[in-house]
Structures are given as structure tokens and as C-alpha cells.
Design a protein around this ligand. Structure first.
Ligand code: DD3
Length: 320
């Protein structure tokens, strides 16, 4: 488990360095040349603003999705950037001049995520899609959503790997091993971990039978309170970020059906943090306190993408 003290940034840097040298030592096992043979089929989506691109292609004849993202400037790297770079002049005019700066290799890294082999679902997930807001009553959940979830083989093997320390063990920043109210807290891999400005951690519960918000009742309050309390404490200790700077919430629908809580930095407008999908953990706790069956009985609203299988089920049932 990574050690983190009061001085969050130093420790953060240290753990980032460690993760890097781990993967550097790994050579090909760490995938150094993995993408050399990548054959692009299509660009699924891209965003000029987010500076991301999602590419579908083939590796060894199998489908793969590669996600690349240029990361923000970190304040700590500015000195290295100025001293270690060369400029190529583009134009000069009066007191104005523009350049192309060629940064040293360690400052020109692109955050890259590879899904391989990718299923058709992975490929679809990253195609730009229209979304629609659905209204799910308690009976809709029982008759449409629940059977759909159960019929799907949404694999959460990667979640079990984290809980069993078969993957990402060194990335865990806090763990409460209690089987009832315990959880693991670690960086979501969307976070570059280079700066706290776009902090994104997930708490994954040890208990395995809670699919989503819909399953929560009074009996889960101790679990939820534990995550809220201890999660905030761990983030303060590790990254020096107080609870007043955190957005702590659940998604409905979640992207995987094993209960997990998102911790993101306030001000960082991460996809999925809008009112149509995010439920603040503190609100969830209060709602359960005032009505133990709140999430079993209420109508819940959520957006679905046009190609989502669940959307078709709602259409078939005449609910859209
Ligand atoms: C996922 C939601 C899931 C494709 C992609 C992402 N954080 C993860 C595996 C390991 C992780 C995550 C599913 C999958 Cl790009 C399909 O996310 C993960 N590890 N969000 C961490 N730390």
C-alpha cells in the first residue's frame, strides 16, 4: 500500500515516479511497444476542448480501443519546461512572437488507456451518441432494468482484481478491510495523478451483492457513512484536500454494477457529475435515514445513450 503523509504533493510525486519506474523496468511486459503494431480502423470520437481522442483499431487481429489525452500543465513542471525545452520560432511581430516549444520527453507524455481485447460494447461506448433522459419508476426497475442487468454479462473482474490485490494494489491509498462496511480507495484511472486539480478517486466496497443505488436500504447506512468519513480523511491526509473541496457521489445508472463511490475535486467538471446522473452521497444517506426504502420506491431519472441496450428495453415497454 502506498504511504502518504501530510505533505500530499511530495508523496504524490513520489508515488507517480514509483509507478513510472515500475512500468519502465517492465519493458515489454509493461507494454512499451504494445502500440507499434496498432492498426487504426476509425476515430470513435475526439474533443478539441478535452484534448482527447478515442481510436478503434486492431492489435494482432483483435479489436482494441486506445484513448489518448493530453494532460494539463502542472505547476511543478514549469521550471523543467523552461530550462529543458527548445523553441522553434513561428512568427515575430513587434513585441509579439509565437513558437512551437519542444518539451523534454518526460514533459511530453500523453496519458494513454488501452482496452484490449475490446468487446463491441467497448467500441460502442466511445462513439459519440445522443442521450435521452429516462424516467424509471420502481416497477420499471423490477420489470425492465433489473432483468436487463441480470441478463447482461457486465464483467466486473477488474473490480474483483482490485479487491483481491491482483491488480493496482500499489495504487490503493486507503483500505478498510471490514467485509460489511469496508472499502478500497484508489485513483480512478481517468486521473493522471500529476495534480490535485483534477483529482478523481473511487471507493469500491468489499461487499459484493450491492449492484447500485437501487439496492441501498437503511442497513447500508453504516457502510455509506464509513466511506464518506474515512474517504474524506484519507484524501485530506494524502492530498491535503479538505472535504469542502470534494464532490462525493454515486452514479445512477452506474457504468458497472458493483457499488462504488466517486470522489472528484469541486470545480473539476468531470463527465457524469451533472444532476441527471450524480447523487451526492450525503443526500443518499439522509434520504435513507428519512425513508429506509427511498431508493426502492422512488422514480429515478437518468440519461441513456442512443445505442444503450437498456434504452431499447424502455422503448419496447412503451416507456420512452
Ligand atoms: C472501464 C469503468 C471501467 C473501459 C474503460 C473503463 N479505475 C476501469 C479497469 C480498471 C478502472 C477505473 C471499463 C476499468 Cl476505459 C471499460 O474503469 C480500472 N481501474 N475506472 C481504475 N483505477
Amino acid at each position: 500500500m502506498a504511504k502518504h503523509g501530510r505533505d500530499g504533493t511530495k508523496e504524490l510525486e513520489e508515488s507517480v515516479k514509483r509507478v513510472k519506474s515500475d512500468s519502465e523496468n517492465n519493458e515489454n511486459n509493461g507494454g512499451e511497444t504494445l502500440l507499434c503494431g496498432f492498426q487504426t480502423s476509425s476515430v470513435l470520437s475526439e474533443s478539441v476542448r478535452e484534448k482527447t481522442v478515442f481510436v478503434h483499431g486492431k492489435l494482432d487481429g483483435q479489436d482494441a480501443v486506445v484513448i489518448m489525452e493530453k494532460i494539463p500543465f502542472g505547476e511543478d513542471s514549469l521550471t523543467d519546461l523552461f530550462t529543458g525545452s527548445r523553441l522553434k520560432l513561428e512568427m515575430r511581430n513587434d513585441i509579439y512572437s509565437t513558437y512551437w516549444l519542444r518539451p523534454p520527453p518526460h514533459l511530453s507524455e500523453i496519458k494513454t488507456t488501452v482496452v484490449f481485447p475490446a468487446t463491441e460494447k467497448h467500441v460502442k461506448k466511445y462513439q459519440r451518441q445522443e442521450s435521452f433522459l429516462l424516467e424509471e419508476s420502481a416497477t420499471d426497475y423490477e420489470s425492465i432494468t433489473l432483468p436487463y442487468i441480470q441478463g447482461q454479462s457486465f464483467s466486473v473482474q477488474w473490480v474483483y482484481n482490485i479487491l483481491e490485490k491482483k491488480a493496482e494494489a500499489e495504487r490503493i491509498i486507503y483500505e478498510d478491510p471490514d467485509p460489511e462496511i469496508g472499502f478500497v480507495l484508489l485513483p480512478d484511472f481517468k486521473w493522471d495523478q500529476k495534480q490535485v486539480n483534477n483529482l478523481y478517486l473511487i471507493a469500491i466496497v468489499h461487499k459484493r451483492n450491492i449492484k447500485s443505488l437501487r439496492d441501498l436500504t437503511l442497513e447500508h447506512i453504516p457502510l455509506l457513512q464509513n466511506i464518506l468519513q474515512r474517504g474524506k480523511e484519507a484524501i485530506l491526509k494524502c492530498y491535503n484536500l479538505p472535504a469542502s473541496k470534494l464532490r462525493v457521489y454515486l452514479h445512477y445508472q452506474p457504468s458497472y454494477y458493483h457499488l462504488h463511490i466517486h470522489f472528484t475535486k469541486l470545480g473539476y467538471e468531470v463527465p457524469g457529475c451533472g444532476v441527471e446522473r450524480a447523487h451526492l452521497l450525503a443526500d443518499v444517506i439522509q434520504n435513507l435515514q428519512s425513508d429506509p426504502k427511498y431508493y426502492k420506491t422512488r422514480t429515478l431519472y437518468f440519461p441513456l445513450r442512443a445505442d444503450d441496450g437498456l434504452l431499447s428495453k424502455f422503448k419496447e415497454a412503451g416507456r420512452l
